[in-house]
Design a protein around this ligand. Structure first.
Ligand code: ADP
Ligand code: MG
Length: 305
């Protein structure tokens, strides 16, 4: 669990990040969304102490990060940024192996881990492990960058606009791959984006930032349904389209086989109503009258179209 308490960073008398408090539960993805200059990068970089807070605290699993040696802290935290900064003269495998090598893993462990990650990111190990970054497409480069950040099994992965440079088709694929990988590895992630739709697709929770402050920190469904301020309402304008789309489809159309606990919902409920029901129940899936279930994952996949 990551806990930010009253976190503040002042530059030249102005708060770039202004008394931010929020908690990210283990195994969840939190997205930070806001316009350029709203303080997202500064907030992210205070978590691995690339930027030192002016005041306030970051706690990881109950420990104040200010009291940890920086190198020890950064080993536990993966960091991936737009443009990734792969080492151009090293192979893909060597790039991914950077932190495990620093940690003194054996060669056998490193080779295993490299192939495991390449497979996980749908890059055939035999084809890709010896390539140089210059021989990769933009989407492949980005995946290698995230694989490198995950190589030493960090407790936490920080990502700063990791998909910013990708075109929209590759970007949608990268987003769904990331969700998939996150659900398999269970890594806690904090991802910065200026794109509200990306924040909604990827976040278990979304923090909406403006001028250093977090205006709202909640589930995507809550932020969309109940924007906390007019600013948040304006920001989510484009996503209302998603919400309207959800109103046009019934749960029967996305039902899958399976069992779920709780009272069954009618088959003709719209996806929007079903989403509200799922949020209310706090469950990942609900049973349908007459059989089958509707899952949060299916609703999310539908809203990502
Ligand atoms: P975002 O990532 O949301 O675009 P940043 O965290 O990069 O925002 O920046 C927030 C504010 O802090 C901006 O006004 C920026 O100019 C200022 N800022 C960021 N880093 C520095 C720095 N090293 N020195 C001075 N001002 C900074
Ligand atoms: Mg930034």
């Amino acid at each position: 669990m990551i806990e930010l308490r009253d976190l503040t960073r002042i530059y030249d008398g102005v708060a770039a990040v202004d008394h931010v408090s929020l908690t990210v539960e283990r195994g969840q993805i939190a997205t930070l969304v806001g316009a350029s200059g709203s303080g997202k990068t500064t907030l992210l970089r205070m978590i691995n102490r690339l930027v030192e807070p002016s005041s306030g605290q970051v706690q990881i699993e109950g420990r104040d990060t200010a009291s940890m040696p920086v190198h020890q802290l950064r080993r536990r935290i993966g960091y991936a940024i737009q443009g990734v900064g792969l080492f151009p003269h090293q192979s893909v495998a060597e790039n991914i192996a950077t932190v495990p090598r620093l940690l003194g893993w054996s060669n056998a462990q490193i080779l295993d881990r490299v192939d495991e990650l390449l497979s996980l990111f749908q890059l055939d190990p035999a084809t890709f492990r010896d390539r140089r970054p210059g021989q990769l497409s933009g989407g492949q480069t980005q995946r290698v960058g995230v694989a490198r950040a995950l190589a030493a099994r960090p407790d936490l992965l920080l990502m700063d606009e990791p998909f910013g440079a990708l075109d929209s088709v590759i970007r949608a694929k990268a987003q769904s791959d990331l969700r998939d990988i996150q659900s398999r590895l269970g890594t806690t992630m904090i991802l910065v984006t200026h794109d509200i739709e990306e924040a909604v697709r990827l976040g278990d929770r979304i923090a909406v930032m403006d001028r250093g402050k977090v205006l709202q920190y909640d589930t995507p469904a809550q932020v969309l349904a109940h924007p906390a301020t007019p600013f948040v309402r304006d920001l989510i304008g484009p996503s209302e389209r998603v919400y309207r789309l959800l109103s046009l489809t019934t749960v029967a159309e996305i039902a899958i086989a399976g069992d779920a606990y709780g009272p069954a919902i009618p088959r003709d409920l719209t996806l929007r109503e079903a989403l509200a029901e799922i949020m209310r129940s706090g469950r990942d899936a609900l049973p349908l009258e007459g059989g089958g279930i509707v899952t949060l994952a299916a609703l999310r996949a539908r809203s990502a179209r």
